[in-house]
Every structure is written in C-alpha cells, then in structure tokens.
Design a protein around this ligand. Structure first.
Ligand code: FPP
Length: 252
C-alpha cells in the first residue's frame, strides 16, 4: 500500500487515524428509482455513479481498502431483466473505468463466486483486474455473486480438504487458518461498515470479517450517497472507542 500523505478539503479528517478498511452495503437503488418514477435499472445506473464518487472520496479520506457489496448470491433470484441489466452495467463499468482507475493508481479486484457469470462479464472483470493489478493508492474489492455464508461454506470445504490430504491437523485449526481460506485472505478486517437506505441489517455480508467492525447506518439512498456522507461516517467512526471485547485502555 502507498503511504504517501493524502490531502483533503476536510483536513480535520486526518487529525485522527481514518479507518484503513471501509466496507459498504450499497442499498436503495430501487427505491431511489421509484421516487424518481424511473425504471429500477436507472437506479442501478445512478448507483454506479455513486460508486465512482465514493471511490474518489475514499482516496481523499486516505482509506486504504474499500469493499463494496455490488451483487449478492441471493440477487441471482431477481427478475432476469434486472440481472441482465446489472451484469451489463458491471461490464460497462469495468471497461469504461479501468484506464482512469489505473491512472489514479486504484486497484480493483472482484471477489465472490464468479462461476454462474456469463463469459463476457468474466472477461471484463479480468480486464479491469489486469489493468489495475499494480496500483497501490486504494484497493477496491467489488463483492459480486457473494454472500457471507456461501464464502464460509467454501472456506469450510477448503479446510476439510487440507485435513483430508493430511496437511492440517483437525485440533490445530486456528482463526488464522480460516482467515487464509476466505475470499478476503491477506486483508485486514473492515474497521467500518456503512449501510445505506435506512435498513439495519448485515444481509449475509462478510459474516466472518465483521466481528469487531464499527457499524454506520444512514437513511440516504445509495444513488444519493456522496463523498461528504462518507466523510461523515469516517468522523463518526473517529469519535468511537474500539475495545475489541477488552476493557477501556484508561482503566486497564
Ligand atoms: C441494492 O439496491 C443494490 C444492488 C442490488 C446492486 C448494487 C449495484 C450498484 C450500486 C451499481 C452497479 C455497481 C457497479 C460497480 C457496476 P436495491 O436494488 O436492493 O434497492 P431497493 O432495496 O431500494 O430495491
């Protein structure tokens, strides 16, 4: 990761450490579209613009890792028309944004189970991952065809295989072994999770990794979410005391 100083119009944001890893459940595209009397696809298109905005905001704030929940395993059960438009949007995003992201040194990785995806979408994902592979200013994880439980099932299978092959003793399995088979292996857990649209749920997102994450819920619908909303969430995070199950440091 780059450790070059980051400047922001909101310099007070940097007086206290910013969260290294911010995860976002981007929710409310459909409601936003309904409010504007537009088809749901237009809500997703506006949601894509909010993704651009928040990526730039994350760079300004000095966040190192931004993980965005873009399409859940359960979303495969939406109407076919909506799935096709989301996949088309993902392809468009990958091809349209990859050069600018590379020029701004922003790396994009896609995490999730890509096997149900059409080949042209997987090709576009490969292109954006390849184009931005060496970038180190911000890492953006797009979670696509992803759910926390499905990820845990994949992880359990991977560990069981290691035990079966005699590479790992059952009694010796530790948290770090589980970490090592998660989609997010090698990354720190999110410090802050933001969920938009006024819903107070985790919705099967990063169930293992969110154990000690600070949660920020906002009524703002995702397409209306700006970098200012991100900065506000970061400021609220900075006011919190994280104890990780221990006693406050002043009284320990
Ligand atoms: C939730 O809103 C959002 C999604 C299921 C898709 C998220 C997609 C984007 C933000 C745009 C595409 C992103 C990229 C990176 C190409 P919802 O449809 O569940 O909204 P609702 O709850 O109001 O119906």
């Amino acid at each position: 990761m780059s450790d070059s100083p980051v400047t922001s119009p909101d310099s007070d944001l940097h007086d206290v450490p910013v969260p290294r890893h911010v995860a976002v459940i981007m929710d409310g595209n459909g409601r936003w579209a309904r409010e504007q009397a537009l088809p749901r696809q237009e809500g997703h298109r506006a949601g894509m613009e909010a993704v651009r905005e928040v990526i730039h905001g994350a760079v300004e704030a000095g966040v190192e890792i931004l993980t965005l929940f873009a399409f859940s395993t359960e979303n495969w059960f939406r109407p076919e028309e909506e799935i096709l438009s989301l996949m088309a949007l993902l392809r468009l995003y990958a091809d349209q944004e990859k050069d600018e992201l590379r020029d701004r040194s922003i790396r994009v990785r896609v995490l999730g189970d890509l096997t149900p995806m059409a080949e042209p979408v997987r090709d576009a994902i490969r292109r954006i991952e390849d184009a931005t592979r060496d970038c180190d200013r911000l890492l953006v994880n797009l979670m696509i065809s992803y759910s926390g439980r499905a990820e845990l099932v994949r992880a359990v299978r991977a560990l069981a295989e290691r035990v079966q092959r005699g590479e790992l003793e059952l009694d010796a399995i530790e948290e770090s072994d589980v970490d090592a088979v998660m989609d997010t292996r090698g990354l720190p857990d999110p410090d802050l999770l933001i969920r938009t649209s006024g819903e107070f749920r985790i919705s099967n997102f990063m169930l293992w990794q969110l154990a000690y994450t600070e949660l920020h819920f906002t009524p703002v619908l995702w397409p209306d979410f700006t970098r200012e909303h991100l900065f506000e969430a970061v400021r609220e995070f900075q006011r919190r005391e994280r104890r990780f199950g221990r006693v406050p440091s002043a009284t320990s």
